[in-house]
Design a protein. Structure first.
Length: 708
């Protein structure tokens, strides 16, 4: 019989131990873990593969994994056979098992309390006085008297009663097999056997005696987590490295497994399939008959001829399976010849330190050598590809991770576009801007969220947290705060590009756009040129007009770029536009402007343009009359004040002959002013009549205009 221990798998290259190693039984090599896929929803997919030269094989599953295994277990035989059945013991709780044992056995603890449970059982006792054999009669307890020892009384085969101190018993053998087995079961239950004891699944295999078996299943595992490092240098691409942290807490080492890390969370859930589930049924005992019927007389006859046996069913053809093809191992690469001393001297300036005996690199070449060493230090051990809605990192070589260990697996090691910038996330506050790394992810793979350690120009600069960055997406990673800037924000709004959209039944609809412009001014006190970004929340429903080429957009927010010279100033503008529609019932200045724009257009409809031109001409007459009326009203006001002045002067003159000439003169002025006022009033009446006529004409012309 083939037996395989079932354990959780994990993977890694750099491993650290999680506490002391547990005592575990290593699996036999026939069905070892060959493939592991870890997801980010707390489950893992596992495959075991091996050759089995028997009719069945056993898997030992941890109780906390059995339900996931039962609902996902798949068995394939690549040799042409098939799995005919899977059997496993029924789950029973420790309470139900203990209930089957006698109370004396369940409650026994220690030799002195156990001996009364053995009353009547044959035992063999080894004491300091020698061996004794007999049946247990009882134990006299020394309770109440500390000096009095507890004595065990046995009845020997010759019906003699023998006592011996319990403290002198060195060894006791129970001669009752049933009692011994019950005691052993009680001990197993007491030490929580059900909480850790594996459940054995037996896979029954049909077909040939030799099977190439693949067993797959899922169960809960710790979630793998990414962590990143980024090296930023001025004028160079960013070196980005990503490591996946996985944990093997399965109780089984993963040896040479094919590891895949999946980005995504397939739906998964828990469901208890192992514990028996009973359904309450109605009790219909009352419906049983209360009186049994007597048996009828026997039927006597002849036995009929037996029916012929049914024809044997044709054996179903065995399903076809295709074994995985194995490719030849790649040939070893040819060794490269060592570079000559001349070439080495051209690559970098080197000098030998005679004291330390180390090769040291001097000058700018040191940075280049460090970059080269960094790129080689953690070559990515996985290849990425899309699988449906998931993205997976597949290990390029078998991976081994000891049990109870964590592992770091390099999943990203590439250069990406990026630079060190200043980020104003709260431009309206007085908070200092962030120092941040602007990271532009390429087309290779998405980056999952996780912590990132940043090195700028070879020095640790800070830590940040990177959210999920898809392919061709850009992310800001703040890592520090720095001041030295003054920021001013301004904004203005206007209506632009209004045009005639529709005219029906005198109702005029204009369309255009509203322009909302924001201006950012920044003063820098730093000694070097800086590249800064200012976060601005866009107005809902607007579009950007002529945005800057390096503007970064993230959902409802944009990051406006500014390049500021040393000790200098810079300005940037962000213009948003949104469609605007205005419905008017009469002629307004906006309507007139839209009419004028329409009649000058190239695609104008003459049936519409003709009435509009007449309306515009009529509007010019209305405007002229309005201006004339306003001037006449001003003249009337002046004449009214003049008449009032003359009246006041006449009232103030004395009634004597000396004032007669002046009175006559004032009376003449009053008559002239009254005549002028009458003329102004006449003209005002005429203008009013003309304005009313023009308004009627405008209304009629407006009704002739139809534009849809």
């Amino acid at each position: 019989m083939s037996r395989t221990r079932f354990l959780l798998p994990l993977i890694g290259v750099v491993a650290c131990t999680h506490g002391p190693q547990p005592v575990s039984v290593r699996p036999e090599p026939d069905l070892s873990v060959s493939r592991v896929i870890l997801y980010q929803n707390g489950v893992g997919y596992f495959e075991r593969r091996g050759r089995v030269d028997a009719s069945h094989v056993e898997l030992r599953v941890r109780p906390d994994q059995i339900n996931d295994v039962l609902k996902s277990l798949t068995v394939m035989d690549l040799a042409g056979g098939l799995a005919s059945a899977v059997s496993l013991p029924v789950e029973r709780t420790a309470d139900s098992l203990a209930a089957e044992l006698p109370a004396q056995v369940r409650n026994a603890s220690g030799l002195q309390s156990l001996l009364p449970v053995l009353r009547g059982a044959p035992v063999s006792v080894e004491t300091a006085r020698g061996p004794l054999t007999g049946r247990v009669v009882g134990v006299e307890s020394g309770a109440g008297d500390e000096k009095k020892e507890a004595l065990l009384t046995l009845m020997t085969e010759d019906d003699q009663l023998v006592t011996t101190p319990v403290s002198g018993v060195k060894r006791l053998v129970i001669g009752d097999g049933a009692l011994s087995a019950g005691l052993e079961r009680s001990l197993e239950i007491s030490r929580g056997e059900g909480a850790w004891k594996p459940v054995t699944l037996t896979l029954h295999l049909a077909g040939s005696d030799r099977h190439d078996v693949i067993v797959s299943y899922i169960h809960e595992v710790p979630v793998w987590r990414p962590a990143y490092r980024a090296w930023v240098e001025t004028g160079k691409k960013v070196r980005l490295q990503g490591w996946a942290v996985v944990d093997n807490v399965s109780g089984e080492p993963w040896k040479d497994v094919k590891l895949t890390l999946a980005v995504g969370s397939p739906l998964s859930f828990r469901y208890d399939l192992h514990t028996p589930h009973g359904v309450a049924r109605p009790d219909l005992t009352s419906r049983q008959p209360q009186l049994a019927d007597a048996p009828p007389p026997p039927d006597v006859g002849y036995e009929a001829a037996p029916a012929p046996p049914p024809p044997a069913a044709a054996a179903a053809p065995a399903p076809e399976y295709y074994a995985e093809s194995k490719t030849a191992a790649p040939s070893s690469p040819r060794p490269r010849p060592a570079p000559s001393r001349a070439k080495r001297s051209q690559a970098a300036e080197m000098r030998l330190d005679s004291v330390e005996g180390e090769m040291q690199i001097a000058g700018p070449a040191q940075d280049e050598v460090r970059r080269s060493a960094l790129a080689r230090s953690a070559a990515a051990l996985v290849t990425g590809r899309e699988v449906g809605a998931l993205y997976t990192y597949e290990a390029t070589a078998p991976v081994t991770v000891p049990d109870r260990s964590a592992a770091l697996i390099n999943i990203v090691n590439r250069e990406v576009e990026g630079e060190d910038v200043f980020l104003f996330r709260e431009p309206e506050s007085n908070a200092a801007p962030f120092r941040a790394v602007l990271l532009r992810n390429g087309k290779e793979a998405s980056l999952e969220s996780g912590p990132i350690t940043l090195y700028v120009d070879g020095t640790f600069a800070g830590e940040g947290f990177i959210g999920r960055v898809g392919r061709d997406e850009t992310a800001f990673i703040p890592y520090a705060r720095e001041g030295g800037f003054a920021v001013n924000l301004g904004a203005d709004s206007r209506v632009d590009s209004m045009h005639l959209a529709k005219v029906t039944d005198g109702r005029i609809t204009l369309q255009g756009r509203r322009v909302y412009a924001r201006k950012v001014s920044m003063q820098s006190n730093r000694d070097k040129e800086v590249h800064a970004f200012v976060k601005i929340t866009l107005t809902p429903g607007t579009e950007l007009q002529d945005p800057p080429a390096d503007l970064v957009r993230a959902g409802p927010d944009v990051f406006l770029p500014l390049r500021i010279a040393a000790k200098g100033k810079a300005e940037a503008k962000l213009v948003e536009t949104s469609p605007l529609e205005i419905a008017e019932m009469g002629i307004t200045d906006q309507v007139l402007e839209a009419f004028r724009f329409y009649v000058t257009g190239k695609s104008v409809e003459e049936a519409v343009a003709g009435p509009i031109r007449e309306l515009l001409k009529n509007r010019e007459e209305i405007t002229r009359l309005q201006i004339s009326t306003k001037s006449l009203e001003e003249q009337r006001e002046v004449l009214a004040r003049e008449n009032q002045r003359i009246e006041d002067s006449l009232y103030a003159l004395p009634r004597d002959a000396a004032a007669a000439p002046l009175r006559k003169q004032l009376m003449a002025q009053m008559e002239k002013s009254a005549s002028s006022s009458a003329e102004v009033a006449r003209k005002l009446v005429e203008n009013g009549i003309k304005l009313a006529a023009c308004a009627e004409t405008e209304l009629q012309l407006l009704r002739k205009i139809t534009l849809k």
